[in-house]
Design a protein around this ligand. Structure first.
Ligand SMILES: Nc1nc2c(ncn2[C@@H]2O[C@H](COP(=O)(O)OP(=O)(O)OP(=O)(O)O)[C@@H](O)[C@H]2O)c(=O)[nH]1
Ligand SMILES: [Mg+2]
Length: 217
């Protein structure tokens, strides 16, 4: 009972909504973060899925992240506004090998703006390029990503749900930004180390791999 844990206040809760086209990897990202697993098999999200994960930010601050994993097919549907409502953070996710998934983020972001225009507090928006394990098949130039971030004041992230690369860091940075907590370099490096997948992360370029030419958007 005398544990210092007992003296902590209640957890902060943050609602994070994950948006983007079907197959860009939203569910994979959420499951990698919350359950540290990855499945190759695609199973379309119908409507919405939820994930909860408790993290600890510097200063021993416990934060529970509610991750709302929205199905890509919900765009244009009646429920999307309701899913977005009240979010403190929005993850706009695209697949770096799929131009269309990047271009369509404009439409997703327009829905976010429409829902939040009347709100007192605006959600933090993060642009997340997923599937960086497929860097050799990238079609969305990093420049384009950066420009989209600068124009709209998004935070910028590149991740791989498959290997786990930068996934924890992405959620940790978003939570810290929302709460106005600064992560120092050592803390960011630490979370990269702690959440590195064993065995299956091979940094690009893979040895012996021939770079593939693909059409850029
Ligand atoms: N190589 C690679 N494949 C990935 C990655 N993330 C997801 N995938 C694959 O991409 C496919 C789609 O992933 P999902 O996470 O189901 O996509 P989603 O965005 O949730 O799709 P909807 O539910 O339809 O909106 C699956 O076959 C995943 O295994 C990644 O980082 N790298
Ligand atoms: Mg899904």
């Amino acid at each position: 009972m005398s544990d210092s844990e007992e003296e902590e206040g209640p957890d902060r809760q943050l609602k994070l909504v994950v948006l983007g086209d079907g197959t860009c990897g939203k569910t994979s990202l959420a499951t990698r973060f919350a359950q540290e697993t990855f499945g190759k098999q695609y199973k379309q999200t119908i409507g919405l899925d939820f994930f909860l994960k408790r993290i600890i930010l510097p200063g021993n601050l416990n934060v529970t992240l509610q991750v709302w994993d929205v199905g890509g097919q919900t765009i244009g549907g009646k429920m999307l506004d309701k899913y977005i409502y009240g979010a403190q953070g929005i993850l706009l996710v695209y697949d770096i090998t799929n131009c269309q998934s990047f271009e369509n983020l404009e439409d997703w972001y327009n829905v976010v703006k429409k829902v939040t225009e009347e709100s007192e507090t605006q959600p933090l928006v993060a642009l997340v390029g997923n599937k960086i394990d497929l860097e050799h098949m990238r079609t969305v130039k990093v420049d384009k990503h950066q420009r989209f971030c600068q124009e709209n004041n998004f935070s910028s992230h590149f991740v791989s749900a498959k290997t786990g690369d930068s996934v924890f860091l992405c959620f940790q940075r978003i939570a810290a930004d929302i709460l106005g907590i600064k992560l120092n370099k050592a803390e960011m490096e630490q979370s990269q180390q702690n959440h590195k997948m064993e065995g299956d992360h091979v940094p690009w370029p893979h040895q012996g791999e021939v770079q593939q030419l693909s059409l850029n958007c």
